[in-house]
Design a protein around this ligand. Structure first.
Ligand code: FAD
Ligand code: SF4
Length: 523
């Protein structure tokens, strides 16, 4: 429907594809225009994986089709229209359409909110920015919860959210008698691996998605990653099918093996028992309430054990909401946090996956092929390696934001800067997630295909994780010596005093070898 006298311009960003969003809730098809824009700047702000760009553009185009089918007027700028940055495109349309106000649901990224607000205010138009009710905890409620807490912890927030929402609660007590089933949820696979299971449901590209894949290949073909295995749910209908597929086929074992890793699985079986729902959730195709309801119902119906269901609810109700709350609390300073003063550039292997170290080859390789790796691969392989090596948190953040299809800053940045790199000095996690190669050996089959040995810190077959683990403790000994949760690790270091000169030399040699070569392209 063509609107001539525009009352409100309703801005819908690429990660706001929700018909029930606060911006769209009271839309009037006769007087309001929905505004969507594929800005080339957003695709290149970091050196984005080709699949990440394709996910956003294809999902946006599907959503715009849906809005039009519902009779709404949509002004949609395609990449090919060359409208410049998001702010430039918006400014030009404000000038042309002269709406009474611009309505938007709170953008998920600090930078985007700033630039859009400035463009609207510069045009002298009212800026009507509304709460993002996709989330279960508003920024204001989070601020109230955190209050004067000196040491906020996700576990306390999560229990507060369980009580508030009533999920997995019975007469004021946690279902199953415990808040936390983590201790049961640290299993690895036996040597037979993950075993036979149904392949995750596939979502082959339809014509709209195929058109985007062709565009991305043409325009962003020099960006990292591949489109060859592109297989993502990008509409609300497909997102609901993906949710049902997870609940029916993978949820029951999710908890038990959520930290386990295994090499050589074809895509999308490489998901193992994970949900692959982060993309649909972050684009807002799925609401976290319906996701949590679906897994809790599976437990009530006797189809999934409490350990798996609690483990999953903890991720969505706990971690996801918690990192979002912290993001808005701590931006814009969050992005520059560097408590351990790590300054090295990112090794080239993060962009190529070319390395003899099997765990990194597998994890980076999967990441480049599919734009996906599960949480422990991100935290305890690529993240751990950067932390131990001393790569700058900013470089790590830019890599994570670029290479994962589910990457949006409000969730990526706290996970990288806080959880993975300890750059916030212990706000998000009370201690750094550091371990030697023994952890990776315990949780995966990677070491059996690696020329290095996880128990060796020095020598030709030394595991780089083990070398760098001791070197990390040595470099940060004074910081962690009195830390109540690190004393054991530091005490173990004291027992290796005689080995330290060789460990320091091996770590220096690794740094020299891994970070001296330039990486390809971009950022
Ligand atoms: P599952 O393992 O099936 O988990 C279910 C859901 O729980 C996920 O879809 C996600 O919505 C939520 N979830 C799980 N862990 C977290 C967490 N730590 N923080 C917030 N939500 C969580 N997640 C993103 O969505 N986008 C990112 O850009 C992102 N970057 C990360 C960077 C690093 C360094 C680390 C350590 C983690 C990052 N995560 C990110 C969190 C987590 O790794 C992904 O959400 C998860 O791997 C997505 O796969 P899945 O949907 O199969 O998740
Ligand atoms: Fe990774 Fe070390 Fe194991 Fe090799 S030996 S796969 S480098 S943990």
């Amino acid at each position: 429907m063509a609107v001539t006298d525009v009352r409100r311009l309703i801005v819908v960003l690429g990660d706001q594809l929700d018909l029930g969003s606060t911006a769209l809730r009271d839309v009037d098809p006769r007087r309001d225009v929905v505004w969507m824009c594929e800005s080339a700047d957003e695709a290149t702000a970091v050196w984005s994986h080709q699949a990440r760009i394709a996910v956003f553009l294809a999902a946006m185009r599907h959503f715009a089709e849906d809005l039009r089918a519902r009779g709404l007027s949509v002004r949609y700028h395609r990449t090919e229209d060359e409208r410049g940055s998001l702010a430039q495109a918006l400014a030009a349309d404000l000038d042309e359409l002269r709406p009474g106000s611009v309505v938007v649901t709170q953008p998920g990224e600090y930078r985007v909110e700033q630039t859009l607000r400035e463009a609207v205010e510069a045009a002298g138009v009212e800026w009507d920015c509304r709460e993002d009710e996709h989330f279960l905890c508003s920024a204001a409620d989070f601020a109230e919860w955190i209050g004067g807490r000196k040491q906020p912890r996700m576990e306390h927030f999560y229990r507060w959210m369980r009580r508030r929402t009533g999920w997995l609660m019975e007469a004021g007590e946690p279902v199953g008698g415990r808040w936390n089933f983590d201790a049961d949820n640290r299993g690895a696979f036996t040597e037979d691996g993950p075993g036979l299971r149904p392949d995750p449901r596939s979502f082959p590209p339809d014509p709209t998605t195929q058109e985007v894949l062709d565009l991305v290949a043409r325009r962003y073909g020099d960006h990292p990653g591949s489109l060859a295995s592109f297989d993502w749910p990008l509409t609300r209908e497909d997102a609901l099918l993906a949710l049902a597929d997870f609940v029916d086929h993978r949820l029951a074992r999710f908890g038990e093996v959520q930290d386990a890793m295994w090499s050589g699985e074809p895509w999308p079986a490489a998901l193992l028992f994970h949900s692959r729902l982060s993309v649909a959730l972050n684009l807002k195709l799925l609401d976290p309430r319906e996701v949590i309801d679906a897994v809790v119902e599976a437990h009530v119906a006797g189809r999934a054990p409490i350990g798996s269901v609690e483990g999953f609810v903890r991720q969505v109700l706990g971690w996801r909401e918690y990192v979002r709350g912290l993001y808005w609390q701590r931006m814009p300073e969050f992005v520059d946090a560097n408590a351990l003063d790590a300054q090295l550039p990112l090794p080239e292997l993060y962009w190529t996956g070319e390395t003899e170290f099997a765990c990194l080859r597998e994890t980076v390789g999967e990441t480049l092929r599919h734009g996906y790796a599960h949480h422990i691969q991100r935290l305890m392989v690529t993240g751990l390696f950067g932390l131990l090596l001393g790569v700058s948190p900013r470089a790590m953040h830019e890599w994570y934001l670029a290479v994962y299809v589910d990457a949006v800053e409000w969730v990526e940045l706290p996970n990288t800067i806080g959880m993975s790199q300890y750059a916030d000095g212990g706000v998000l996690g009370s201690k750094p997630y550091v371990a030697s190669g023994a952890y990776i050996d315990r949780m995966s089959d990677y070491c059996s295909g690696c020329p290095r040995r996880p128990d060796r810190a020095t020598g030709d077959d030394a595991c780089p994780f083990t070398t760098l683990y001791w070197d990390f403790l040595d470099r940060h000994r004074s910081r962690f010596a009195e830390h109540p949760r690190m004393t054991l690790q530091v005490r173990n270091l004291d027992r290796r005093e005689d080995d330290l000169p060789a460990i320091r030399a091996a770590a220096a040699e690794l740094r020299e070898r891994l970070v001296s070569r330039p990486r390809p392209g971009g950022m």
